[in-house]
Structures are given as C-alpha cells and as structure tokens.
Design a protein around this ligand. Structure first.
Ligand SMILES: Nc1ncnc2c1ncn2[C@@H]1O[C@H](COP(=O)(O)OP(=O)(O)OP(=O)(O)O)[C@@H](O)[C@H]1O
Ligand SMILES: [Mg+2]
Length: 275
C-alpha cells in the first residue's frame, strides 16, 4: 500500500447496546460528507437492525467475499445518503480474529484500493466487547465512545475502556453523550465517567458533546433516512452537525504513511496476536 492520502479512521463504540452508536455513525458520516469530506462507513454489525436496516440497504456481498478474493472492496460498497459509501462487513468481521496469511494480504490489498478515494473511515461497531469489536477499535486512530444516562451504559463503557487500555494500550478516548435531556446531563455523564477512568486507568478522556433525545430521530429511522437530511433543523440534526464540525478539527496523526495503511496493519497485527 503506497497511499499518502491521510485517511482518518474513527471507531464508534460504547460497550452497551442501544445507546445510539449506529445513529451517531450514520449522521456523523453524512454530516462530514456535507462538509465535503469523502466518507466510507464500515458496518461492522450488519443485519442486527443496523446501518443496512436503518438506511434500507440490501447488501448481498460483504467483506468476507472480499477476503476470500471473490470480489474487490469496490464491488461490495453501497451508495449511501449524501454520497457516503457503505462497506458491509458483518460475517467478515466475526472472522477478523482468525484470518490466515492469504486473507491478511487480501485485506491490505482491498483497503489499498480505496485509500485514495476516501478521507474518513467511520466504523460502526456492535454492542459488547467481543474480539471483533476490540480488533476494530484498537486499530482505529480515534475511538468515539457513545454513552447515555443509564448506569449500565457507564459501567459497560468503563469495562470496554479498561480492556482496551490494559490489554491493547489504547489510552485516548473521545466521549459523546447520547439521548440527553439537557446539555448539563451530558456534561455530568462525562464527568462521572472521566473521574473513575482517569483514576483507575491510564487514559485521557475528551468530551465531544451531546446529542439530545429527539423524536425526530425515531421518525427518521421509520423512513430509513438520516435525521440530518430529513430534519436538518431538529435538535438532533443540529447536534449531529456540530459533532461533525468538532470531529473535522481533530488532528490527523503525523505518520508519514497513509493512515488507512496503519489501520489495516494494526487490524492484521491484532489478528495475528490472537493465533
Ligand atoms: N438522539 C436520539 N433521540 C431519540 N431516540 C434515539 C436517539 N438516538 C437513538 N435513539 C433510539 O435508540 C435506538 C437505538 O439507537 P441505535 O441503533 O443507534 O443504537 P446502537 O447503539 O447502534 O444499538 P446496537 O447496540 O443494537 O447496535 C434507535 O432505534 C432510536 O429509536
Ligand atoms: Mg448499532
């Protein structure tokens, strides 16, 4: 892979299910695209009421077909709203920790083909802390943790950060509070989480902001459209765009290599480490 195009890789995760990860992934991606970024959204949780269902897409091939050499990444990418490209990954990702050398090479080759065509790769992860979630998150350059005001969301987010920190030396997390009833609620959530994790783990947490609870999100889901497009002036729509503006200011790392290359290498290293 010889690309020098700096691709920013952002994993959206959170430990707990149903906290708003997929909605953040889709609306952040579409908002970044509206700002002129070329965005690919990797659906690492295909089929479980996620990106495919939320956007009414019907992928018939996924990353596994790419890994087996049957087709290229270009062949499986779907056109999403606002010009984003969707990479369906489900079954491939379950196997991500058990790849052989041929598949490693296939993965590196597959991503090298698209690295010149995208600026941002957003990864929507599944709930929980399975090997597949961890392998994607630890390989990403930015980790955005989605939390909501439920005790289990805080404890699950903490458990995820602990595992990533102790076993994979990830030490920097960005936090977004989802479905908040007030701006203060988001702040309080962040304070709670950062106090305990900065005390017991070797990590730094940064607060990115909150996405308010908004019925427009549910209405948009029913119509299989991103809320930022369907209701751009809704509270959630405005908040998602503000989130994208902040994300767009995150610094790109100063590695001389293309960052997508770095991501795939780490993904593969993680897989090797498991064998
Ligand atoms: N800002 C919001 N306001 C109101 N409802 C929301 C908001 N964000 C998410 N929801 C609701 O929460 C549900 C779950 O959201 P989403 O699918 O994004 O969560 P998830 O974390 O990806 O879940 P899973 O772990 O199952 O993949 C949505 O179907 C929607 O009804
Ligand atoms: Mg989801």
């Amino acid at each position: 892979m010889s690309s020098v195009n700096p691709v920013q890789v952002i994993a959206i995760t959170g430990g707990k299910g149903g906290v708003g990860k997929t909605n953040v992934s889709i609306n952040l991606s579409v908002s970044l695209a509206e700002m002129g970024r070329r965005v690919a959204l990797l659906d690492a949780d295909l089929g479980l009421a996620n990106i495919d269902v939320l956007l009414g897409l019907r992928p018939n091939k996924n990353l596994e077909d790419v890994l087996s050499g049957e087709c290229s990444l270009m062949d499986i990418m779907l056109n999403g709203p606002g010009g984003i490209r969707i990479i369906p990954a489900s079954s491939g990702t379950q196997k991500m920790t058990m790849l052989g050398p041929m598949e490693h090479a296939g993965l590196i080759h597959a991503f090298s083909e698209i690295s010149d065509q995208i600026d941002v790769l957003v990864i929507d992860t599944a709930a929980g802390i399975s090997d597949s979630v961890v392998s994607f998150v630890r390989a990403a350059q930015e980790v955005l943790i989605v939390v909501c005001d439920e005790p289990s969301s805080i404890t699950d987010a903490y458990a995820l950060m602990k595992l990533l920190n102790k076993e994979h030396r990830v030490d920097r997390f960005r936090i977004v509070a989802s479905m908040t009833r007030s701006t203060q609620e988001g702040r309080n959530l962040f304070n709670k989480l950062s106090q305990v994790s900065e005390r017991f783990l070797d990590v730094t947490l940064q607060y990115v902001g909150n996405i308010p609870f908004d019925e427009s999100v549910r209405k948009a889901i029913q119509r299989q459209r991103p809320v930022v497009q369907l209701f751009p002036r809704s509270k959630a729509g405005v908040a998602f765009r503000q989130l994208a503006e902040k994300v767009d200011l995150w610094p790109l790392p100063s590695t001389p290599r293309g960052h997508l290359e770095f991501f795939v290498e780490r993904l593969v290293q993680g897989a090797v480490g498991k064998q």
